[in-house]
Design a protein around this ligand. Structure first.
Ligand SMILES: [Zn+2]
Ligand SMILES: [Zn+2]
Length: 318
């Protein structure tokens, strides 16, 4: 499916420097642990839980981003092994947050500038009510891997956004051409020809598939599965499996899995010159900050500006 030329506006205070990339190659594992997790659970007083979480995370010294809503909790936090284990103990001892499945990846340096904990109307924004009792059935990473190894006729649908799919995805997966998750209810209407197919949806850590797979079921798709734990859980088991390219993440690392054979495959192109490239950059124009894919040469040539900013400059010069 086609890509939209728009890239998302995500601002980071700390985009990984060239130096860090070299260090990443020397120590692909990294010493910090990034936890990705969610739980759909009825939370009677989200603002109290935000208050409590702020206290706890501050005392542990974690950084990251946590959203709490009446429908549950969704977070990414990073710290040392000791810190993340302390956080897990807090969650497990909490009457609402027990039994969370934590997915792990590594980081060389702290990829979050601070700890942000917010109350939101939804923990993942679909802006469309779905019944979470009717989600697609869970497909474990092992089951999916076996299906793909056998070459089973299964249609994989990537429920992430364009810019994520662009740099890494399951082989032969399709993507509904969304820049934002809440565009999905409209896009699903264009996918009617897939209604009788065997479908497995996936996303980064599984949270978007809870709502997306429920939406497909609601729209009358016959056989809907969702990858349990998402790409991160699959990569924990099969770093060199059927997920090719880089796994986009919403922190300063930008992507993970770049050090495996599958991860080294470059699926995208420099948005300036068209050379194979999958390095995301934050446009250096202060009022722009668009995320774009740019090769080393073009970043030097255009001072780190995105193609839109370069065109604007050219127009002004004329
Ligand atoms: Zn280029
Ligand atoms: Zn720009």
């Amino acid at each position: 499916m086609k890509f939209s030329p728009k890239c998302p506006k995500i601002r980071y205070n700390t985009i990984m420097s060239a130096k860090n990339t070299t260090e990443q190659k020397k120590h692909p594992a990294g010493k910090l642990i990034v936890l990705l997790y969610y739980k759909f659970v009825q939370i009677p007083d989200p603002s109290y839980e935000v208050f409590l979480h702020k206290k706890v995370c501050e005392s542990i010294g974690l950084k990251g981003r946590i959203l709490i809503a009446e429908e549950g909790i969704n977070g990414t936090v990073c710290g040392t092994r000791r810190q993340v284990e302390e956080y897990k103990r807090f969650c497990n001892g909490h009457s609402l947050f027990g039994g969370i499945v934590f997915k792990e990846s590594r980081a060389i340096e702290q990829p979050f500038p601070k700890m942000i904990i917010k109350e939101r109307p939804e923990i993942v924004t679909l802006r469309h009510k779905v019944d979470l009792k009717n989600t697609g059935k869970y497909v474990k990473p092992e089951e999916l891997h076996d299906m793909l190894e056998r070459g089973e006729d299964v249609m994989m649908i990537d429920m992430r956004n364009n810019y994520e799919y662009k740099v890494g995805r399951f082989e032969n997966a399709i993507q509904p051409d969304t820049d934002k998750f809440y565009e999905l209810p409209e896009k699903v209407k264009e996918m009617k020809d897939l209604k009788d197919k065997k479908i497995v949806t996936y996303c980064t850590g599984g949270i978007r598939c809870e709502k997306a797979s429920a939406l497909l079921v609601e729209e009358g798709f016959a056989d809907v599965g969702q990858l349990e734990g998402g790409i991160v859980k699959y990569l924990e088991k099969y770093p060199d499996g059927h997920f090719i390219g880089k796994n986009f993440v919403f922190d300063a690392r930008m992507t993970t899995n770049g050090d495996t054979e599958s991860g080294k495959q470059v699926l995208a192109k420099c948005e300036h010159c068209g050379k194979p490239c999958d390095q995301y950059r934050d446009c250096t124009k202060p009022d722009c900050h668009q995320l774009f894919i740019g090769c080393e040469d073009c970043v030097k040539k255009y001072d780190g500006l995105c193609p839109v900013a370069v065109k604007d400059l050219e127009k002004m010069a004329r």
